[in-house]
Design a protein around this ligand. Structure first.
Ligand SMILES: [Fe+2]
Ligand SMILES: [Fe+2]
Length: 288
């Protein structure tokens, strides 16, 4: 039998609070989902490899979704890293503005259903931006990956892309998670309210800074403006601060490198009513 890591319990309980209490009797139809913010570089991959299995057991997780757009060298995702992260216990990997950085990931989109890229890239981009999954023993669920347009590359409208996707998702699929990979808090809040009552959760990624605004919106959609980062905690968004400072001081190009400081996992922890797809509880979550 595995021994729970007391540090993991304490750290998680300190942030997630009530959600970590034992599930009440009759709550068998609850699903517990962990959504991890952007995995950054080797430190981010390492903490997933070393700790996610235990976290899955400690928190009785049914599902883990993670944004992998920075997992390789801090920018992009290689085919090897994608495979290793999926093997380490991540059920679905989502992307963002850097997801196509490493060319060897492109053919993986054709063969790996558990890898998504933002749905609102223009037509012709490799891969797809949403899927319905029907795992054995669990309710069917959908994951939608969208990219914001404020201070971001020019892509199609994420609001209208969401409308089009929701029109295609079969009606028996009530659990729907949205990864909205975006810079501006205003755009993230707007999309969360736009989709309120139509999806289970709108979870922000991309900024690498976890926000403190987990909430249930009036029509029941859960949201957290940014899930944060799974990567080196003492850093400038995952990068060593020295080169970032030098770029600001001089205006010249300085190549950023991933910080070699101890990693954290950060994300959102959700308890969901499996029958309705409604989130019962959402909390920001972190593990040092
Ligand atoms: Fe990003
Ligand atoms: Fe990122």
């Amino acid at each position: 039998m595995d021994t729970p890591d007391p540090r993991a319990q304490a750290d998680a309980a300190g942030v997630a609070g009530e959600i970590l209490r034992p599930r009440p009797k009759g709550a068998a139809r609850r699903m517990r989902i962990l959504f991890l913010g952007d995995i950054v570089g080797r430190p981010g991959r390492s903490i997933v490899f070393e700790r996610l299995g235990q976290v899955r057991r400690d928190l009785s997780l049914d599902l883990v979704v993670a944004n992998g757009e920075n997992a390789s060298g801090g920018i992009g995702l290689t085919a090897k890293a994608a495979r290793q992260l999926l093997d380490a216990g991540i059920d679905v990997l989502t992307g963002g503005n850097h997801i196509f950085r490493h060319k060897d990931i492109l053919p993986v989109f054709a063969s790996e259903d558990r890898l998504l890229r933002p749905a609102n890239y223009p037509p012709g981009a490799p891969g797809v931006g949403w899927r319905v999954y029907r795992p054995a023993g669990l309710p069917a669920f959908a994951v939608i990956n969208l990219l914001g347009r404020v201070f971001m590359p020019a892509v199609d409208c994420p609001f209208r892309a969401a409308d089009a996707i929701l029109a295609e998702i079969p009606t028996d699929v009530t659990l729907c998670l949205v990864d909205f990979h975006a810079e501006a808090t205003s755009e993230k809040k707007a999309l969360a309210y736009y989709l309120d009552g139509r999806v289970s959760a709108v979870l922000g990624t991309h900024t690498h800074v976890q926000t403190n605004d987990a909430q249930l919106l009036p029509r029941g959609t859960a949201t957290l403006t940014d899930c944060g980062m799974t990567g080196p905690a003492a850093s400038a968004l995952g990068m060593a601060p020295e080169e970032v400072i030098a770029r600001y001081l001089t205006g010249l190009h300085h190549r950023f490198v991933v910080a070699r400081t101890p990693p954290e996992m950060q994300g959102a922890l959700l308890d969901v009513d499996a029958a309705t797809g409604k989130v019962v509880t959402i909390a920001a979550w972190r593990l040092t």
